[in-house]
Design a protein around this ligand. Structure first.
Ligand code: PNW
Length: 448
């Protein structure tokens, strides 16, 4: 694999997953703080109260990022640090991100900043959260102060991370905060997230006259039918509609997919939450497109489910999440995006794998993670040879962290975190990634 000098190598994290300091600097709870307290929702009732204590250890963490030699670091801002109460701006919360972004820049690392990585302030949730259309304005108020205070020291903005997870896992499947199971709510929540995305893009460009690149990150998973039966093909089409097209179509074509609107209408009573001009807003032109890729879907028809189709068993090798390792399908996905949706520069804003890592004698031999990342980077390199214009790759994650409903049970980091002592240890994958970045792709054998 080979990458040119301009290619951006990075690592990624998000606020709730690493920061801790849940009651410091004026922060109030988010929906995740509350969700973690609901019995049975999060593995062993883990929460983000301390997490990786990054809020206090960010200087040390920046030194680790620097030692990796990466070009960029992707992190997210915790909205409840910025607006702890409705309409109340908290400059102390902003100070943390100003210090973080400035220190990164001093070390030559480009900050790529996500505004919404799922930690909705609890005050907003109490007023209906994303289901309430007012959430669009709340988000814009929040985005505005972030742009005012940080545009200029941030290298790129990402409005939303994975509205599929925030919307469908949160309001439809109930496995993420706020834990609701109502499709009618979920499509409204998604719609308001997407409108807030489009309006934030317009604000940065028109009101701020800023040239900082801005985009959105979607998690996409190409879906395949278990067999070529008509039923399985239908199941795959519907699952693709639920996971991918419900987001890609509005963002790039300014429409929701009609087949899915019809399917959803069993649960969605009316679409009149879509106001005049909304679809044009959602399709506001961005500067890049962010993709988080982990795995493919393999589905089979089940009479009980029309679009949340049944995951089929596959004989693919899997990560500790049980997710198929599927780099070829990643290539299919990118080729399809180029053919059907967009020529925008693409950034892989997340890719990585969880494994059951063991720390022994100060080392973690995570060859399986190296293999995973190696295969996917090879795919990126191949895709660029085909002219697919992928401009960067952010490995998820910089360090082990709070993996949402799996708590601290699943480790995605290339840096191992001992949650008792907060000691960080570079895994073999971190040492390997450092070499890849340094050599712009040439893989050296690792004498681990
Ligand atoms: C992403 N799924 O989440 C998030 O952006 C990260 O915060 C997270 O830690 C990472 O991937 C690893 O999971 C996802 O169920 C969560 O398909 C769930 C799914 C996909 C992505």
């Amino acid at each position: 694999m080979k990458f040119d000098k301009q290619f951006i190598f990075g690592t990624a994290t998000s606020s709730y997953q690493i920061e801790g300091a849940h009651q410091e600097g004026g922060r109030t709870p988010s929906i995740w703080d509350e969700f973690c307290d609901i019995p049975g929702k999060v593995h062993k009732s883990h929460n983000g109260n301390v997490a990786c204590d990054h809020y206090h250890r960010y200087e040390e963490d920046i030194q680790i990022i620097k030692s990796l030699g990466v070009d960029s670091y992707r992190f997210s801002i915790a909205w409840p640090r910025i607006f702890p109460e409705k309409g109340v701006y908290n400059p102390e919360g902003m100070e943390f991100y100003r210090k973080l972004a400035s220190r990164l820049r001093e070390e030559g690392i480009k900050p790529a900043v996500t505004l919404y990585h799922w930690d909705l302030p609890l005050w907003a949730h109490k007023e209906g959260g994303w289901v309430n259309r007012d959430s669009v304005q709340w988000f814009l108020d929040y985005a505005k102060v972030c742009f005012e205070e940080l545009d200029g020291i941030v290298d790129s903005w990402i409005t939303h991370n994975e509205p599929w997870c925030a919307g469908f896992l949160g309001y439809h499947q109930g496995v993420h905060a706020p834990g609701h199971t109502n499709l009618d709510e979920a499509v409204k929540a998604v719609h308001h997230m997407l409108v807030s995305h489009g309006k934030a893009v317009e604000m940065l460009k028109k009101d701020f006259q800023s040239t900082t690149p801005i985009g959105i990150t979607l998690n996409l998973s190409p879906v395949y039918p278990k067999t070529n039966s008509a039923n399985d093909l239908l199941a795959a089409n519907n699952s693709d509609g639920y996971s991918n097209r419900w987001f890609l179509d509005p963002v790039f074509k300014g429409t929701y997919p009609v087949d899915m609107m019809n399917l959803f209408s069993k649960y969605v009573h009316s679409y009149d939450f879509i106001k005049d001009g909304d679809m044009e807003t959602i399709a506001a032109k961005c500067d890049f497109f962010g993709i988080n890729y982990y795995s493919r879907g393999l589905v089979e028809f089940s009479a009980a489910n029309d679009f949340m189709t049944k995951g089929a068993h596959s004989d693919y090798e899997k990560t500790a999440m049980g997710w198929d390792i599927a780099p070829e399908e990643f290539k299919d996905l990118i080729r399809r995006l180029r053919a059907e949706y967009t020529d925008l520069p693409i950034f892989i804003t997340e890719n990585g794998a969880a494994y059951d890592d063991v720390l022994q004698d100060g080392k973690v031999h995570d060859q399986a993670r190296i293999n995973y990342v190696d295969k996917h980077l090879q795919a990126v390199s191949d895709l660029n040879e085909e002219g697919m214009n992928i401009r960067g790759y952010y490995l998820w994650s910089l360090m082990d962290n709070f993996e949402w409903s799996f708590g601290y049970d699943k480790r995605f980091g290339i840096v191992y975190v001992d949650y008792e002592t907060q000691k960080r240890t570079l895994k073999d994958s971190a040492l390997w990634y450092t070499e890849v970045v340094k050599n712009r792709g040439t893989v050296l054998p690792l004498n681990a």
